[in-house]
Design a protein around this ligand. Structure first.
Ligand SMILES: [Zn+2]
Ligand SMILES: [Zn+2]
Length: 342
């Protein structure tokens, strides 16, 4: 039982840590703490290992590489192998509906399709050929995105809402962020693929978690396990309680319990991130703008008029025109072949 308690403690810690990082990532205080933490860790690493560790971190997070794509596919493969190998068969024996059991595979198919599109599609690279066209898509707010600014690396004029990605070494139109899991920038032309990828990934984790839980509950009810009694360490007869049931199921189906812990944790983390991504989509903000808004003086409001030339010091989100219009902008983005009328 001690091991099980530690396992749940570990999951709770991971979950709390993930949520805390999401909440606090905007505060300077938190950044100071992270910086100090990195300094402490670098002191603990032997000097001879510091350079290789720095190189490894640089390779993983500051250069385009397929490491996280491979890791993503391996983890997804492991989850689906366990689901197919054990849960699917057990659930069939317990007469679960085939349509429910096939749902994770349907989600996997759609997910892999949009994963490939997120990885391989053009996020909105700004080139000499489309520079002039993209300059007309969004208005400059003169606070976060001033007019007539050139990218020193690409030597191109920067359209409003664009940013130079240091990992990919290119300027991206309506830059959201660089995602290591898809090894690509998320920008104007592939945010739609990324959102559907995120939705199907969350849904597949939640579906597998639900089916695994339903299977374990059925096992308990069909075997009337909850009506049984057991003899505890002191020799007393006790009615089976929830702690005993969890321990018993863990010994009976260890892989399924591990899988359940993993997909539940994933469902919460991905669900939280999906809510954040949908909030940004609905309010027509990019992650880059949301992050920088916290550091730009002034309020961050979604439905106000653009700042006039005499009061350009307060950042305001001037691109939001209602939820449906904002979502249409993401799912039907202005392409390099089409000039968006403003
Ligand atoms: Zn650039
Ligand atoms: Zn990038």
């Amino acid at each position: 039982m001690d091991f099980l308690v530690l396992f749940f403690f570990y999951l709770a810690l991971l979950l709390t840590g993930g949520v805390l990082i999401c909440i606090c990532s905007r505060s300077q205080y938190w950044k100071g703490l992270v910086g100090k933490g990195a300094q402490v860790i670098s002191c603990l690493i032997p000097e001879c290992l510091q350079r290789p560790v720095q190189r490894l971190l640089h390779y993983l997070f500051h250069s385009r590489n397929p490491t996280f794509i491979v890791l993503h596919l391996v983890l997804q493969g492991l989850v689906y192998t366990e689901f197919t190998w054990e849960i699917f068969g057990y659930c069939r024996e317990l007469d679960f509906s085939v349509s429910y059991l096939l749902l994770p595979y349907l989600l996997l198919f759609v997910n892999l399709l949009f994963f490939a599109l997120s990885c391989g599609s053009n996020p909105g690279t700004i080139t000499k050929a489309n520079e002039l066209l993209l300059l007309q898509v969004y208005k400059f707010d003169e606070v976060m995105f001033p007019k007539n600014v050139r990218c020193p690396t690409c030597d191109l004029r920067k359209p409003a809402r664009s940013k130079h990605c240091r990992v990919c070494n290119r300027c991206v139109h309506r830059f959201d962020h660089h995602c290591v899991w898809v090894n690509n920038c998320i920008g104007a032309w592939n945010t739609r693929y990324f959102l559907i990828y995120l939705m199907t990934l969350t849904a597949s984790a939640a579906t597998i978690a639900t089916l695994s839980t339903a299977f374990l509950v059925q096992v308990v009810f069909f075997s009337d396990l909850y009506l049984e009694t057991y003899i505890d360490d002191r020799g007393h007869s006790r009615v089976v309680d929830i702690v005993f049931l969890v321990q018993y199921l863990f010994l009976l189906f260890p892989r399924i319990i591990f899988l359940l812990g993993f997909v539940v944790m994933l469902s919460f983390l991905l669900g939280g991130y999906l809510c954040f991504a949908l909030y940004l989509a609905a309010t027509n903000q990019t992650t880059n703008e949301w992050y920088r808004a916290g550091r730009t003086p002034g309020q961050h409001c979604c439905h106000q008029a653009p700042p006039s030339s005499t009061t350009p010091q307060i950042f305001q989100n001037m691109h939001s025109h209602g939820i449906w219009s904002n979502l249409r902008e993401i799912f039907l983005p202005a392409t390099c072949y089409e000039k968006k009328k403003k």
